[in-house]
Design a protein around this ligand. Structure first.
Ligand code: 13P
Ligand code: SF4
Length: 318
């Protein structure tokens, strides 16, 4: 049996669902039941009636599934699959910042720890962030973190002041505006698509800015034959499948490194997925009190995303 067949067999035996983020290796995306952006994966996890959910992505994504479905076994093939935004927003510092602005609404990017979620008012992903800002009462200050680039982009686009936390994605900030400019000169017919975690100077050259699913959708629906892609290279797998006729050029980083690969996403392998399904380890374990607190802002996010109204707390209290 091939490793893919073994995984599919184990998946049936354990009544498991495999969800993969677009930044995973192609062979992982191909054995998954569903691939998607971070919002889609959280929604699929919440809807599923599987007993076990294996999240091939990074740990904050698996934690979000656990918070939304605490009775399920949630597996993360490698618990070291972190995220620089999680590292840049340690709980104690974030709490101090939150406490310094008690009348603000803390709108927090899903790329953060469960602890940081527990002191936030609403969570967002890059695909629903504009909708969420629009639902926050205009007289309430917005504290946005931990991704400063996404926050700055939203603040500018929606003309809304925000107090920004200084975190960033170590992968997306390495795309070079200077080299992108040169590449655009070389390929004036290319459509530039970029994730909002890129720096402002890179976003200025982009024709389309959005979540991984928005960027993929652009490649699927735009008749252009050439795209310059400023996001992690795992997404190219689905883009190539959707548009074998199009030329996909990766946006360059400064230097010669393979910087457009997320080292955390790439920790997952088929071998680790097979082992996780066999042993039901490593599992995501979160304390029930933490789940209880962290689920409120995630539910607000889902409510706004799905068109339901929400109430906002008057002041931050812990
Ligand atoms: P998406 O929500 O667009 O999938 O992005 C997640 C992420 O980690 C980007 O670096
Ligand atoms: Fe985090 Fe950046 Fe990796 Fe996304 S690409 S998981 S934001 S380090």
């Amino acid at each position: 049996m091939s490793i893919q067949e073994e995984i599919l067999k184990l998946k049936k035996e354990k009544n498991a669902l495999i969800l993969a983020h677009y930044y995973e290796e192609g062979e992982i995306q191909d054995i998954a039941d569903a691939t998607g952006d971070s919002l889609f994966l959280a929604q699929q996890g919440q809807k599923s009636d599987a007993d076990v959910i294996l999240l091939a992505g990074v740990v904050f994504m698996a934690e979000s599934v656990k918070i939304l479905s605490p009775d399920k076994i949630v597996l993360a093939p490698d618990l070291n699959a972190g995220c620089s935004l999680v590292d840049h927003s340690p709980y104690d510092d974030y709490l101090k910042w939150r406490q310094a602005h008690p009348d603000g609404i803390a709108m927090t990017y899903i790329n953060c720890s469960a602890e940081v979620k527990s002191i936030s008012d609403v969570i967002c992903t890059s695909s629903n962030s504009e909708k969420i800002v629009e639902q926050i009462p205009k007289d309430r200050p917005i504290l946005f973190g931990p991704d400063r680039n996404l926050g700055r982009y939203l603040s500018k686009k929606l003309n809304r002041d925000m107090i920004l936390w200084p975190g960033m994605c170590e992968v997306h900030v390495l795309f070079s505006a200077r080299k992108l400019f040169e590449l655009k000169e070389e390929h004036p017919d290319a459509v530039v698509i970029a994730h909002p975690e890129c720096i402002e100077e890179v976003l200025e050259y982009a024709d389309v800015i959005g979540s991984t699913s928005k960027l993929l959708n652009e490649v699927k629906t735009n008749p252009a034959k050439k795209f310059i892609v400023a996001t992690e290279d795992g997404i190219l797998h689905q883009m190539k499948k959707a548009r074998p006729d199009a030329e996909l050029i990766q946006a360059p980083a400064e230097g010669t490194c393979a910087c457009n690969q997320c080292p955390y996403m790439k920790l997952n392998t088929l071998e680790k997925i097979k082992n996780a399904l066999e042993t039901l380890e490593p599992q995501i374990h979160l304390k029930p009190e933490l789940i209880e607190k962290a689920k409120t802002p995630l539910h607000r996010m889902m409510d706004i995303t799905e068109g339901r109204g929400v109430d906002w707390p008057e002041r931050f209290t812990i």
